[in-house]
Write a protein that binds this ligand. Structure first.
Ligand code: ADP
Ligand code: MG
Length: 247
């Protein structure tokens, strides 16, 4: 069996008669970026929601760091080492960058933890928050109200909030959405910096970024995988060219 950090095995999610995700298998290894691409409605966000535990699969298995996490709650999966960012922002706008990341870092502690236990964790929570802000390139914006930072910085903040939970695997749903060229380039550099220490599944529409970043790809159309492999394999695939890349 594969020892990849994150493994989806034959995942299916039905909404009534619609198979939004249909028998999808993929693997993401530490130190690698696995991109999931496909047109709107392909099932990319649903797949992300299955892997994070936000939606239960209709069938199939999810393995994280050798553990079967199928059916686990998002909180339990997060504590087991999976971090995700959301396509729609999760930031609490009236709070500062630091306060947002600090709350995210604390969210990894078990719910209902006693004050004494939380107090004992304060130093490590603060350390995780500080490191996440540094890693995401936001140290200079630490004490700024989140509502006032730029769109690109808000996406960096989402990444910082995800990093603050100490994940080994990252699910990123369109981190470059709505970015200008300079912001997108900054995010690409950030993802390259995160890559060695993480297994990253990247859902992204920006094909330049995908082909720059991805070690492996899965192409989805109407819930199904139509191609997978290295960027070179996928580029050369006739199904992909006609169905998606339009080349
Ligand atoms: P993508 O992220 O690739 O654009 P989605 O995963 O958002 O695709 O959606 C895949 C399909 O599943 C779409 O047809 C969408 O309308 C449908 N879908 C997504 N979420 C739900 C839901 N909660 N209930 C019913 N249908 C859904
Ligand atoms: Mg989506």
């Amino acid at each position: 069996m594969s020892d990849a950090l994150l493994i989806a095995s034959q995942l299916t999610k039905r909404f009534g008669g619609l198979a939004a995700v249909n028998d999808v298998s993929l693997e993401v290894a530490q130190g690698q970026i696995h991109a999931v691409i496909g047109p709107n409605g392909a099932g990319k966000s649903t797949l992300t929601n299955l892997l994070s535990g936000d939606l239960p699969p209709t069938s199939g298995r999810i393995t994280l760091a050798g553990q079967d996490v199928t059916g686990w709650s998002p909180e339990k999966i997060s504590r087991a080492g999976l971090g995700r960012s959301y396509q729609k922002t999760n930031i609490f706008q009236p709070f500062t960058v630091w306060e947002n990341v600090r709350l995210a870092a604390q969210s990894r502690e078990p719910h209902g933890a006693s004050w004494l236990k939380l107090a004992g964790s304060f130093a490590s929570i603060n350390d995780r928050a500080t490191q996440a802000i540094e890693m995401a390139g936001l140290s200079a914006r630490r004490d700024v109200i989140a509502a006032t930072i730029s769109h690109g910085e808000q996406r960096q903040l989402e990444i910082a909030m995800t990093l603050a939970t100490g994940p080994r695997a990252l699910l990123l749903d369109e981190p470059l959405a709505g970015m200008g060229v300079a912001e997108a380039e900054r995010m690409v550099q950030l993802l390259l910096k995160l890559k060695p220490a993480h297994a990253i599944m990247l859902v992204e529409h920006d094909m330049d970024a995908v082909f720059t970043l991805a070690d492996t790809l899965t192409v989805m159309v109407n819930g199904q995988v139509i191609a997978s492999g290295t960027p070179a394999d996928v580029r050369a695939d006739a199904n992909v060219q006609s169905a998606y890349l339009g080349e």
